[in-house]
Design a protein around this ligand. Structure first.
Ligand SMILES: [Zn+2]
Length: 420
């Protein structure tokens, strides 16, 4: 589909505003105007088939950041594992091989973030927590060497669980994702978590950070991915969640907002866009057998193509989210940062690739979460690459958000060889 490739007039796609403008409605109109101008220009110049991902300048932006960040980013001092993950992941997903020097530096930085009492902190000597530990494990998975894997002290790693799992849905996801990659998921670890996440789902379908809090793209991704890791998605109202997620794709911008009545933002390309591979897998699993077999069944057909507009999301990322100086952005007129670079690229990968769950291989087997993570496959027959065919980037794992081959490598390291 797509917005520019369609025949509708862009002017028809503006949000209807009533006679009482508010700060939010003005901000929405301003955002739409800035995206409209870029889209109109691209349509007038017929750029849609040649639009380019500026891969070289994004790689340079990340590599410059790895040499040192400007002093105004001092607030990120407690986010060292995140910076490592965002930067290394961005290079990896863009297909730029990590140099030996970078691998060494990454390992030495992350080593200093691990605490003797278990887990990783945001900086050397800082208290361990779930988010920092998740980011450190994902960075090590991206580095992908034995030395990187072996620096994780698994014996104390999960002491962070008791303190953090039940504070936010993101904490639950971070612990479960890291534990899956390192073969540490146990019944004791997951006890009570699924029931607690169920309580975080709201009447509109979104999942909040804790019970009673408004649903939000980031927390909803974390809640759903955590449930998928535990094999407990049946506890959620999936049709309601699907309705909520699809309503967040903007009709003019093509990107996602993080919750209703908010502005489009490039990072939700992953936090909301990334819900769809999970939802598609869950819905396919829940379909009666005959529907899966009948390739012409309506539901299967939609799921096979994906339940969001993959072209429209790519239009937003490629036309509105690439900073001319390199790096990716939240929305037009904003500057690039490493967080948005990582998650715009994760979203782009999710829209280009159709990563599906291999049910055939899972059938009749009682699989642990590591094995289930290995069953996600890139369906190469169903790629959609908007613009220049060289825009294709690597495929990302729908649960861990690490490149698919790196998830396999790490799981095989910690579980032994797997026949999936
Ligand atoms: Zn954002």
């Amino acid at each position: 589909m797509g917005i520019l490739s369609g025949s509708r007039k862009l002017e028809e796609l503006f949000t209807n505003t009533d006679a009482l403008p508010t700060e939010s409605s003005k901000a929405q109109t301003d955002t739409e105007v800035s995206v409209y101008e870029l889209f109109k220009d691209a349509r007038d110049k017929k750029l849609i088939n040649t639009i380019k991902l500026n891969r070289g300048s994004h790689i340079k932006y990340v590599k410059d950041g790895l040499k040192g960040l400007p002093s105004y980013l001092v607030a990120l001092d407690a986010s060292k594992p995140w910076l490592c993950f965002w930067m290394l992941y961005s290079l990896d997903i863009l297909g730029d091989e990590l140099s030996q020097d970078l691998v060494k530096k990454g390992i030495s930085t992350i080593t200093k973030l691990q605490n003797p009492t278990g887990g990783f902190g945001g900086g050397p000597g800082q208290i361990s927590h779930a988010a920092a530990t998740y980011a450190a494990v994902n960075a090590l998975a991206t580095i992908g060497t034995k030395e990187a894997y072996d620096l994780i002290d698994r014996s104390k790693f999960l002491k962070i669980k008791n303190k953090f799992t039940f504070i936010f849905t993101s904490g639950a996801y971070c612990v479960l994702s890291a534990a899956t990659l390192t073969n540490l998921v146990t019944p004791e670890l997951t006890a009570g978590t699924a029931e607690w996440i169920k309580r975080c789902q709201n009447y509109d379908g979104g999942i909040g950070g804790e019970p009673g809090i408004e649903g939000h793209g980031g927390y909803t991704f974390c809640g759903l991915a955590a449930m998928e890791i535990m094999g407990k998605t049946d506890l959620l109202d999936i049709p309601l969640l699907l309705r909520w997620a699809t309503s967040l794709q903007m009709q003019l911008e093509g990107g996602f907002q993080g919750r209703p009545n908010k502005l489009v933002d490039g990072c939700y390309s992953f936090w909301v866009g990334g819900l769809f591979p999970l939802l598609e897998a869950i819905m396919t699993r829940n379909l009666p057998e005959k529907d899966v077999e009948q390739s012409n069944s309506e539901v299967s057909k939609y799921i096979a193509q994906s339940l969001f507009d993959r072209e429209a999301l790519q239009e937003y990322i490629l036309i509105a989210c690439q900073s001319p100086k390199g790096g990716l952005i939240d929305k037009p007129k904003r500057g690039a940062d490493h967080y948005h670079t990582c998650y715009c690229l994760s979203g782009l990968s999710t829209a280009q690739h159709h990563v599906i769950y291999d049910f055939e291989r899972a059938k009749g087997k009682d699989l642990d979460s590591g094995a289930r993570s290995l069953l996600w496959k890139d369906d190469v027959t169903n790629r959609i690459v908007l613009g220049d065919p060289n825009n294709l980037i690597n495929s990302t794992h729908p649960i861990h958000n690490v490149a698919l081959p790196n998830v396999r490598k790490m799981i095989e390291h910690f579980y032994g060889e797997r026949n999936f």
